[in-house]
Design a protein around this ligand. Sequence first.
Ligand code: FMN
Length: 364
Amino acid sequence: MNTLGTKYRLTLFGESHGRCVGVVIDGCPAGLKFDEVSIQKELDKRRPGQSEIVTQRKEEDKFEILSGVFNNYTTGAPIALIIWNKTQESGVYELRKNIPRPGHSDYTAHIRFGGFNDYRGGGMFSGRLTACYVMAGAVAKMILKKYGIDIVAHTTKIGTVDSVDFPKTIDEIRKQSDNKVRCADAKAAEKMIEQIMEARSKMDSIGGVVECIAENVPPGIGEPRMDTVEGEIARAMFAIPAVKEVLFGDVQSKGSENNDAFIIKNGKIMTGTNNSGGALGGITTGAPIKFRVRVKPASSIALEQKSVDVEKMKPTSLKVIGKHDPCIVPRAVPVVESVAACVILDLMLRAGVIPNVLKENRRA
Ligand SMILES: Cc1cc2nc3c(=O)[nH]c(=O)nc-3n(C[C@H](O)[C@H](O)[C@H](O)COP(=O)(O)O)c2cc1C
């Protein structure tokens, strides 16, 4: 339903044009020094209106803590974080409430909830809800950082442009992808921006691919047979709106090329290559967890499209006028990174590698 995770559990609530969006995080270890600034920084990466290539909607995305934090530390009680909605313009949605946008969730939500769903701005299906993943991911990252785990996501494709020449270390990828499209290949980034601007001028949208890498996840994490590392990550990724494909590692055509040979380095067993994407048998190998997700082109486009009036049962057409992203990939990057952090923390808690009380902060 609306909850993700087994031990680090997130429940999302709110709607795009309702009073607020928010997340309740259950199972967060107690004794975590709560870094509000880092949560806001992460939210700012996802926020709309950051540049001319994303939606010009003005959403401040300032969050508030409602519970679970006391004297600056997590208490072990559910943590509730919310963002109040301030700038919604719902009029246009009232006008076309019976005409589902092709490619969006309007029609399926109408059927699933018998027409009682909040259709304004996509309601609970809006990309706005992904701010909640970002808040939960920022909390997860605070804990993972203590265990040396670092996660980065970056754009590897937009439209027909691939990012080919990007650095291999997480730090460098993070630095070099600090641009409008979140792409670590500067030349490709320029072409991506051109394609987005072209799509915008044609009242269309384009999609792309985001790669995510998590380093220093210890070997032995994962709950096979069913709750594999790949399975848990993929399930969570498909809970991000517009994600349509998840692919782990770099599968090669021959076994001899695909197998990652085991080696010993600095007294540790590791693999020489990482075609597996950091998991074998659904359990981490100790190599970086590496996967890619394909993000579809946003469905809300100003071009005229065919649809139907579900009340009148008649064919009609619509143009989605409003402030929509010509490409949601750059804004999906921090969301992918955050959701990955939540799943990795969940699996580490399940493996017993991270305790329920963070020991270095334990009070007498
Ligand atoms: C960060 C983010 C922002 C989004 N913004 C929009 C948007 O402005 N317009 C739109 O049509 N879809 C947007 N989406 C995608 C829709 O929410 C999504 O396509 C819709 O809910 C249907 O779900 P599905 O594509 O997973 O089937 C966004 C997704 C994300 C991750």
